[in-house]
Design a protein around this ligand. Sequence first.
Ligand code: F0G
Length: 453
Amino acid sequence: MMKTIIEPFKIKVVEPIRMTTRKEREHILEKAHFNPFFIHSKDVIIDLLTDSGTAAMSSKQWGGVMQGDEAYACSESFYHFERVVKELTSYHYIIPTHQGRAAERILFHVAIRNLGAEQAVVPSNTHFDTTRANIEYVGAKAIDLPTEEGKIPSLRKPFKGNMDIEKLENVIQEQGAKKIPLIMITITNNSNGGQPVSMENLKAVRKIADHTQIPFFLDAARFAENAYFIKLREPGYEHKSVKEIAQEMFQLSDGCTMSAKKDGLANMGGFLGLNNRAWAQKARSLLILTEGFPTYGGLSGRDLEALAQGFKEVLEEDYLRYRIRSIEYFGEKLLAMGIPIVEPPGGHAIYIDAKAFLPHIPSAEFPGQALVNELYLVAGIRAVEIGSVMFGKNATMELVRLAFPRRVYTQSHVDYMLECMEEIVKNKKHLRGFRITQEEPYLRHFTAHFERL
Ligand code: F0G
């Protein structure tokens, strides 16, 4: 067998990248108030802001787009989508939504309003921001229970995305099962370095769910990447197909919210999967209110076709091998340069520990923002700060996330990113912190203005 792992696709359609000079970029950054969310994408050379909705679709997906059935009710494209998703997940009810957070909003409305919102508590390994916001919006409390090893960036362990089972048992004991509308597990754990969750951990949560009668839900945005990590790392799964592993993960749960903008390999879409009939009925009523009829839920027929095909392709092991290896390759080279990252490399992104990398810049001067700006200035790379800019005083780490869009960039793009990091390492002592000159009270990172110190 050949050792070199190549991109397992040929390029049929290309989108030109406009090259810019450092001088142009200095000007662009100033105009964007040193906040990459304000940089026009035409001015970005490599865009690592997110892996969400940024995948390149295959020729089969584009073929499906042409065949989308745009009927308002009972579109064939919905039934195609539903067949594929049911075969994967085994859930009884599949409710399409325009993206993940719409599924979250509906789920928490149904599950928490049922209980009496004031007291409800929803534990997770780590909630994604929109999940937490949707729980808090209906008046409940979202709590994160990552394992102790999951909190140490430089520690190499196979399943740092896991939930701390002992802490979960304690929370259930303290609160009482009646106050917990559901337990949630995010696979992979995006807010904790894109680290995977083991099947063993999912089984342990299932056992508790059976015991306490608390429903168990997955936030399944990156389910295929998680399943592939289980195949690589968990004893007993090396000979199973990724699809079988994914099916087993879903079968351990009672439902899921899905942002199909990640492992759906499409630009838009999501769904809510449920086994509980009463919940499904309530969810569909809410869906009609804001998303649309239950066979389209805010999506076009063509989106549903692209997703049906995307859910098949994302489980192809040649694809996943290339996907996980590209990120690992980037991470390993950064480590060899002495750049501290969250280890081991996660499934969709590399998270640089900006605080350890730029120790001369205190948290109050946003070391992550300093690095994000330097990445753009040196090479036109757009990344995102996940630290004190995003979370204010609640930030526990100063990270910079470089998220890889699916099937978009090749190894030479990654080598270009590495050359950029080499430049930054040489010059890092001269990097300066930032000051916020203008901000909004909520989610300030999207719109804040900055000034170099
Ligand atoms: N859950 C997880 C784990 C996510 O990463 C995201 C989105 C969502 C839910 C919400 O899904 O965007 O379709 O409404 N994450 C993107 C990111 C935005 O950049 O990590 P959505």
